[in-house]
Design a protein around this ligand. Structure first.
Ligand SMILES: Nc1ncnc2c1ncn2[C@@H]1O[C@H](COP(=O)(O)OP(=O)(O)OP(=O)(O)O)[C@@H](O)[C@H]1O
Ligand code: SF4
Ligand SMILES: [Mg+2]
Length: 331
């Protein structure tokens, strides 16, 4: 069966100074197989959200996909017209946005918003959506679903709103759920509950899930496979156990060490990797991680490594894991 998400060498750019395009994502490859949970992880600004938006043809104007291929549920997203893209959004795939406060319409009832995708994609009449909404709200673990259906977003807590968004995303029975930082606004206990809920939903609905987070430990609780992004490109892909037992990219190792420092009671609240991420588009022709890499050597500052397939589906973009570099002429 073909993968439900297949992204290859995606590049997204915004108009820069003069005539040029400023690349903010350049080299993201990502696969989600049917029924699989894939974690997409990386520091702030590495391109997680833009990658998720690109899956739905939703890169914000004046941004554009300038290279690569994007297939979702068999649809070539770059070639699809608005009608096909709209069938994809909410129909084939549900998207839970990063900002729960902004994603819900303040003047529409919860019931109206939860039933929207079902009305649009399943063409359900009013009485059927009246039955569906409380079921969906109960399925995402909300109490008093009938009362909640009549409520408005401002009457709900942040955790409740996040669950409502999940119910909206599931409304038309999608095969794929894309959840962009669904836990980042929640406290630790609510985060744990959200992860448990996603696990249950995945089992019950046989969903494929793309779970996006900057938190590698959280991703490790849910994902079958992990894709690590750094500075707009994929640097490592591996099955969860393989990644945690034997991380091959120095950035993946740095992320894990940062996480351990926090778990060990370090003073930082968020895990941080020493050094700073190069600004988007100012990547040059070297390995983008070279300025922060503890094992960088001369070649790393002169050429960009290619994302290379190794054993068991693992992919790594590092000269120490493979000898390959990007062909000349590529950024
Ligand atoms: N509308 C936009 N216009 C110009 N640049 C943008 C726009 N949206 C995102 N970018 C840039 O693209 C890069 C990737 O942004 P993106 O939001 O995908 O990162 P992210 O990994 O989701 O970060 P976070 O963890 O903070 O959510 C960043 O450098 C960001 O500044
Ligand atoms: S290619 Fe070089 S700089 Fe880049 S991650 Fe590997 S060792 Fe570090
Ligand atoms: Mg984001």
């Amino acid at each position: 069966m073909p993968a439900i998400v297949q992204v290859s060498e995606l590049a997204v750019a915004f108009p820069g100074a003069g005539d040029g395009w400023h690349h903010v994502v350049d080299g993201v490859s990502l696969t989600v197989e049917e029924g699989e949970v894939v974690g997409l992880v990386g520091e702030s600004g590495c391109g997680k959200t833009l990658t998720a938006l690109a899956l739905f043809g939703l890169v914000p104007e004046p941004g554009r996909i300038v290279a690569g291929t994007v297939r979702v549920g068999g649809e070539d997203v770059l070639a699809a017209d608005e009608k096909r893209l709209s069938a994809l959004r909410g129909g084939v795939a549900g998207l839970v946005f990063q900002e729960p406060a902004q994603a819900l319409n303040p003047v529409r009832s919860i019931g109206f918003q939860v039933s929207e995708a079902a009305r649009l994609h399943l063409k359900l009449p009013g009485e059927r959506t009246d039955e569906l909404v409380p079921k969906l709200l109960a399925e995402v673990g909300l109490e008093d679903p009938a009362g909640l259906a009549r409520a408005y977003p401002h009457q709900l807590s942040g955790g409740q709103r996040q669950r409502v968004l999940l119910a909206c995303a599931l409304s038309a029975n999608p095969r794929l759920l894309v959840a962009d930082e669904p836990t980042s606004a929640l406290d630790t206990v609510s985060q744990q509950h959200m992860v448990e809920l996603l696990e249950k939903l995945r089992e019950r609905r046989q969903l494929s899930v793309l779970f996006i987070s900057h938190d590698l430990a959280l991703v490790g609780r849910l994902a079958d496979r992990v894709t690590v992004l750094y500075a707009g490109e994929t640097v490592e892909v591996a099955a969860r156990e393989a990644l945690f037992d034997d991380p091959r990219h120095p950035y993946t190792r740095a992320l894990m060490n940062a996480q351990l420092r926090v778990e060990g009671g370090g003073s930082q609240r968020l895990p941080t990797v020493p050094g700073t991420v190069p600004r988007a588009g100012e990547w040059g022709r070297a390995c983008r991680f070279a300025p922060r890499c503890p094992v960088a050597f001369e070649r790393c500052r002169a050429a960009r490594p290619a994302l290379t397939g190794l054993e068991n589906g693992r992919q790594v973009r590092c000269f120490l894991a493979s000898d390959a570099e990007e062909p000349d002429g590529k950024r």
